[in-house]
Design a protein around this ligand. Sequence first.
Ligand SMILES: Cc1cc2nc3c(=O)[nH]c(=O)nc-3n(C[C@H](O)[C@H](O)[C@H](O)COP(=O)(O)O)c2cc1C
Length: 266
Amino acid sequence: MLFKTYLTQRKSYRSYQKHDLDEGNLSQLKYYMEQLNEVYGEEWFSLSFFEDGKQVIKKLKGHAGYHGVMIESPHYVGFSVKKDTYEAYLWGAYALAALEKKAFELDVESCWVSLQDVPNEIRGSITEDPEERTEAVLALGQGKDHLPFRPNETSNRLPLKELVFEDDLDHPFDLEKLSNWGLEDLFYYVRNAPSAYNHQPWRFIIREGKVWLAMKSFDESNEYLDAGIVMFLFEGLASDDNYLGKWKLEPLHEEKGYSFVATYHL
Ligand SMILES: Cc1cc2nc3c(=O)[nH]c(=O)nc-3n(C[C@H](O)[C@H](O)[C@H](O)COP(=O)(O)O)c2cc1C
């Protein structure tokens, strides 16, 4: 599925039907998750499939989610990092964002659930290994208001002039130029990426033939996850338009209080 189609139609689901997904969908999701672990995870992170969502809910209810409001679904995929560095969170989120798109293609609804404020001992109780702390989970299931068609109703998004800049953060990119360069769609659709609290902390600065990803703040795990998700979706949207680039992590630096994280060669 084109990333454009996905980003137009996706949204977070917060209430789910109780029944399990069918075997076919479960096995496709598990297989894809294993591939993500193999291709991207080895050094950085590990994804785990929790088929029995009730076990996860028992542990996380009252702790995970915004203000402890756990999102209850029949299944979850969790992720843990192998190194306590932002890169590990970022690549983990990149992979889990890929799994979320795969779920969408199978007509399975989803929502990220933050474990950022959950005590360590609870985060260590989700998988069998207590050393392995789950950092976030993706709720998966059939949404309560699952419809045979998908209405376009993502929540509010920032206008392009607040997201895309030329050379530095003082100069919003001229939208006519953006469209002449064939880049307007990419930035238009990438805004529909999910982000914790819908903060949309990402900014894109086009400078010397590269796009820089800068984050409004880059101090906690949710913000690292937001960065990884948007990198996956940006790359996919660019590939819809036949760009072949991949994000490259750069040594972190700050400009005007924003953290400059990675570059993408146009
Ligand atoms: C890292 C991350 C953590 C999130 N945690 C939660 C959460 O704990 N509870 C919740 O209801 N939504 C959570 N969300 C979903 C966001 O609130 C949602 O993506 C945002 O409000 C935009 O809405 P949309 O995804 O429907 O476009 C999270 C999203 C991300 C990316």
